[in-house]
Design a protein around this ligand. Sequence first.
Ligand code: 13P
Ligand code: SF4
Length: 314
Amino acid sequence: MTKEEIIQNIRSLRKEKNAIILAHYYQDTEIQDIADFVGDSLALAKWAAKTTADIIVLCGVHFMGETAKILSPSKRVFIPDMKAGCSLADSCPADEFEKFINEHPNHIVLSYVNTTAAVKALTDIVVTSTNAKQIVDSLPIDEKIIFGPDKNLGDYINKLTGRNMLLWQGVCHVHEQFSLIKILELKENHPDALILAHPECPKYLLEVADHVGSTSSILKFATNSDKKQFIVATEAGIIHQMKKENPDKEFIPAPPEDSTCACNECFYMKMNTLEKLYLCLKNERPEILVDENIRIKAVKPIERMLEISAKHGL
Ligand code: 13P
Ligand code: SF4
């Protein structure tokens, strides 16, 4: 089958089955271009909660599919490749996180959306990188907080809010990989370029960034900026939308530490391909299923997140 035929078949199956294709900014460009909606992890959750489609194909990683299923249990949720995981979610097994919570009683538990449904079920409020600051700010100043699993995001939010949240020590393998030296060299060669970084990056990188924010925030910042050049320290997939919205600007992917490749990609995100998306719609698998007892517990902290986000217009 040619690529054009695959694209045509995806379009026909989507219509025939009343399916919606939601894609994260880190997906391959071809997937982003055929999706009904492309967004960050918060936006994908909001779409999953409100869609009237019968089927959601979540082109992203497993926790994103789970979040969609938790919010829309009556819909069938598929993901093109079931092995598309997340190193942050993997860094926080539910049994170990539960032990950590029990060792630190009287703390409210905040979890990054990059977690399994079982971890969300142990959580009071879920956050994404778009709303973490507003959610932490919404809590009483003397509230003791556990934050997991991303230590870099947690540390950054501690700095922004003046809190002292207890941090789980997880990291994202992609954002942990960026080379500060190579980024500073790029900056030397492009002195007018602004450095944009995702808060999953280590502190030393965030300190040299001109803007720190979620994928959607980075995109918005670049679009609203008068500057013409940007060094982008997050997964390189986001650059597709940046270029689409800003054809007159230049986006330089920040390089990883030890690789011959100039950009940094999440191999989990890149497991999804156009062909797998087609097969997924055609065969209606692999399907995301969430144990109902876990789902009932996990939906509460996600809904709390959506409520607080909505109050802040996010
Ligand atoms: P966003 O919430 O910014 O989309 O980030 C999700 C993610 O997995 C970043 O690595
Ligand atoms: Fe997870 Fe990192 Fe990939 Fe985002 S980029 S999905 S945090 S492994």
